[in-house]
Ligand binder design. Structure first.
Ligand code: FAD
Length: 394
C-alpha cells in the first residue's frame, strides 16, 4: 500500500468507485480499500442481475431522511441525466423497464466495468481483501491502519454502505466510524424488504405462492400502486417492498386489491350486463382463478349467478373484496433487504460536499448516510450523486 495518499476511500461499492473516479480525474491520488474479495458486489446482484442503475424521474421526493432537504443539492448537481450520459459514453445498452426505471440490457457487470474503466482513467488504485483496523485523526488528515499496512491521507471518504445483505460484505463499519467522531446515527432498519406472515395465514394462502396482482399497498404516509406477489413465507413484489419502508412492527398494511376500480360499482355494472354469470367467473376477469377462489373463501363469500344478489349484497361483497388489511408477522430483515433506512445523521454533514462539519477532511457518501431511496434505481442515483459531490472537493 502507498503510505501517503491524497484521498483514501473505504468501500469499493457504487459510491466509493464513483468518488474515486471523479477525484482521480481531478488529479488527486486516490486509494480505494474494500474487505470483500471483489468490488461492487451489490451492483452485480442488483436489479435481478441487470442493475437498475437510475430512474429517469429521480427527484428529492423519492428519498426518505430525517432531513428531506439534504439530498437536493447533490441530486441537482449530478443528475440521472449525467449518469445516463456516462452509460452512453461507455456504449452500454439499456432500456426503461417501467416507471422510469433504467436497466442494463445485458448484465450488471457492465456498470461495474464502467466504474473500473473510469477509475483506471483516473489512475485510482483499488485493493480488495483489506480489513480496516483503525482510523485516527491527525493534525492534518487521517491515519488508517489496515491488514495491508498503514496509510496517511488528507481526505478520508467512508463509502461502506448499509447493513443489508451481510453475506455480500455489509457491515456497520461506517456507523462505527461516525460514532467514533461523535456523530449521531439515525436508528437503522431494513427496508425494501418482503413481509413475513404468521403460519396460520400462510396455511390459508398455501395455493398462492407465485400468484401476483396489481394493488395499492398503503401504510402510514406511503401508498404504492404496483404488483404484489404471494410467496412461501409471506408477501413480496414491488408494492410490498416499497410499503415496507413505511412499516413498523405491529402496524397494519392495507391493500386495495382492485386499485383501478370501485368493485361495488363494477359488480353492479357486471350484473346489468351479464345477470346469469357467476360471481367467480366475473371476478376471473380481474384476478387469476386461484386468487378468486382464495379471496372468496377467505372472506366467506358464496358464488352465485349475479342476478341472485341484491344491490346491497353486491355492494357489501364489492367492499369486502376491495380491501385486505393485514398485520405482517415481520420482515425478512437485513438478510434480503435491498437497503437500510436511517444511518449517519445528515445534520453533521455538508449537503454540498458530504464533508463532516466537525471533522474537516472526513466524508460520508452513499447508503451509509441517512438518505434512502424508493425502489426503482433511486438508491444507485443517490450513490452516484453523493459520490460526485464529494469527488469534486476531496
Ligand atoms: P455498497 O454498494 O453496499 O458498497 C459498500 C462497500 O463497502 C462494499 O463493497 C463492501 O464490501 C464495503 N465494506 C463494507 N464494510 C466494510 C468494511 N468494514 N471494511 C471495508 N470495506 C467494507 N439500488 C438501485 O438503485 N437499483 C437496484 O436495482 C438495486 N438492486 C439491489 C438489489 C439487491 C439485492 C440489494 C441488496 C440492493 C439493491 N439496490 C439497488 C441498493 C443498492 O445496491 C445500494 O443502495 C448501493 O449499492 C449503495 O451504494 P454504496 O456504495 O453506498 O454501498
Amino acid at each position: 500500500l502507498p503510505q501517503q495518499i491524497d484521498v483514501l476511500i473505504i468501500g469499493a461499492g457504487a459510491a466509493g468507485l464513483m468518488c474515486a473516479a471523479v477525484a482521480g480525474q481531478r488529479g488527486r491520488s486516490v486509494l480505494v480499500l474494500d474487505h470483500a474479495n471483489k468490488v461492487g458486489k451489490k451492483i452485480l446482484m442488483s436489479g435481478g442481475g441487470r442493475c437498475n442503475f437510475t430512474n429517469m424521474y429521480t427527484s428529492p421526493e423519492n428519498f426518505y431522511s430525517e432531513n428531506p432537504h439534504f439530498c437536493k443539492s447533490a441530486l441537482a448537481r449530478y443528475t440521472q441525466w449525467d449518469f445516463i450520459a456516462l452509460v452512453e459514453k461507455h456504449g452500454i445498452p439499456y432500456h426503461e423497464k417501467t416507471l422510469g426505471q433504467l436497466f442494463c440490457d445485458n448484465k450488471s457487470k457492465d456498470i461495474v466495468d464502467l466504474l473500473l474503466a473510469e477509475c483506471r482513467a483516473a489512475k485510482a488504485q483499488i485493493r480488495t481483501r483489506c480489513s480496516i483496523e483503525s482510523v485516527q485523526p491527525q493534525d492534518t488528515g487521517y491515519l488508517v491502519e489496515t491488514s495491508l499496512g498503514t496509510v496517511r491521507c488528507k481526505s478520508l471518504v467512508i463509502a461502506t454502505g448499509g447493513l443489508s445483505i451481510p453475506t455480500m460484505g455489509a457491515t456497520g463499519f461506517g456507523y462505527d466510524v461516525a460514532r467514533q467522531f461523535g456523530l449521531r446515527i439515525v436508528p437503522t432498519r431494513a427496508a425494501l424488504v418482503p413481509f413475513t406472515q404468521h403460519k396460520r395465514q400462510l396455511q390459508r394462502q398455501q395455493d398462492l405462492p407465485g400468484s401476483a396482482l396489481p394493488v395499492t399497498a398503503s401504510c402510514g404516509e406511503g401508498s404504492f400502486h404496483e404488483q404484489m406477489l404471494f410467496t412461501h413465507r409471506g408477501l413480496s413484489g414491488p408494492a410490498v417492498l416499497q410499503v415496507s419502508s413505511h412499516w413498523r412492527e405491529g402496524e397494519a398494511v392495507s391493500f386495495d386489491l382492485a386499485p383501478d376500480r370501485d368493485l361495488a360499482e363494477w359488480l353492479a355494472q357486471q350484473r346489468t350486463e351479464k345477470p346469469d354469470a357467476h360471481l367467480h367467473t366475473v371476478l376471473c376477469g380481474l384476478w387469476s382463478k386461484k386468487l378468486v377462489h382464495h379471496f372468496l373463501t377467505d372472506k366467506g363469500i358464496e358464488s352465485r349467478p349475479l342476478k341472485q344478489f341484491s344491490s346491497p349484497e353486491l355492494a357489501e361483497i364489492g367492499a369486502k373484496l376491495q380491501t385486505w388489511e393485514l398485520v405482517p408477522a415481520g420482515t425478512e430483515g437485513y438478510r434480503t433487504a435491498e437497503v437500510t433506512l436511517g444511518g449517519v445523521d445528515t445534520d453533521a454533514i455538508s449537503s454540498r460536499t458530504m464533508e463532516c462539519k466537525t471533522h474537516p477532511g472526513l466524508y460520508f457518501i452513499g447508503e451509509v448516510l441517512d438518505v434512502t431511496g424508493w425502489l426503482g434505481g433511486y438508491n444507485f442515483q443517490w450513490a452516484w450523486s453523493s459520490a460526485h459531490a464529494a469527488g469534486e472537493v476531496v
